[in-house]
Design a protein around this ligand. Sequence first.
Ligand SMILES: [Zn+2]
Length: 453
Amino acid sequence: MSDDRFPIVISGGTVVTMNPAREVVRAEVVAGGDGSIQALLPPGSPLPAGAREIDATGRVVIPGLVQAHLHLCQTLFRGLAEERTLLRWLRERIWPLEAAHDPASLRASARLGIVELLLSGTTAILDMGTVHHTEQLFLAAEASGIRYTGGQALMDAGWSTPAGLLQPTDVALAESDALRARWDGAAGGRLRYAYAPRFVLSCSEPLLRAVAERARAGARVHTHASEQQEELRAVQAELGMTDLAFFAQIGLLGPNLVLAHGVWLDEEGLAELAQSGTHVTHCPASNLKLGSGIAPLRELRRRGVNVALGADGAACSNRLDAWSQLWLAGLVASVRDGPGALHAPALFELATLGGARALGLEDRIGSIEPGKRADLVLVDLSRHAPNGDVYTTLVYSARPDDVRTVIVDGSVLVDDGHLLTLDEAAVRAEAVAERETLLGRADIESAATAGTP
Ligand SMILES: [Zn+2]
């Protein structure tokens, strides 16, 4: 990060504020040396003394995009787990590959993912780590400047879990608690911890109850639920109920819980989510590619459930940028509920305020308002002209390489399309090399021939 702790003024741009009135205004955005947004001033206002000016003429200034479900540990696995449905995808590829990670490969995977995210305007993420070496994820996030909430994946039960990922319950919890003590609130509050029980089939009831206790005491929790019908049948066979019914029974649902997917929700599940204030992260690319289905987005929002967006991992959606998710969210909503069921401003909210709420950071990010952190993205939408209104252009036309400038906590991380905090070429070279050695360690052939669950 830059240490230029002087005010930044972004001048001449059109600002999509996402404030309560959803104003889109011409304004100069002033970010203070403390990394907060200080003011939106009328165009042409005199600059504060010593301010650095960023010319946004012809550009659109948006809140930094937020993705509330990612797996940075899987960026190295892109293209290695194709043409499988969820349970085979996990058992035959993802888990053996995750078990093969060492600190260097996990670092490379995280750095590659963060490069892609920052260059395309995602400034804040909720990440599910893997079981081991979790500190590498936080170290990569710390160095890159991205706003990161993440945590060690918890796997203490046996549904096809490889030995390399299976941990005793007390060890898994103790490691998570120690990571939380070390990282939650680090880097001036930019790094946060979230407990991450992977999904109900890989977690014991005592583990989930212990996590629920921590959630009730204020901890963030991030898990997967109700993603695919085959998965739900396995859950039903093991627990005699749906995953959401089980989470409700043990007191895990609530405003500190973020559930990825929520594709297959029954009436009770929908009601439980709404009543408990649980957040759902919609992952349309992952759901389409793994053939999981289309989440009931309009119904979730109609009931007042907060919905965020996420790319999931590179091994299932192959693209990590938020623009692909926004575009697909709009398209699949049209297929499921009809064109216009979700308007473009509501879709754009998923990737900004929806994500901020899921992270528990709605008082800090998700909109451009004085007092919030200066997480800002400048996009050049000129190649899409002429077009519809700005939200329509952002949702349906914008692309990752429209992003020109990215600021997090008042620090410029991407300047004119160039990442300042990491050496992009070195990160890509490191990723290629680390994937080679990781594949040498991974036992994916024998996993592929093991029995089905
Ligand atoms: Zn996931």
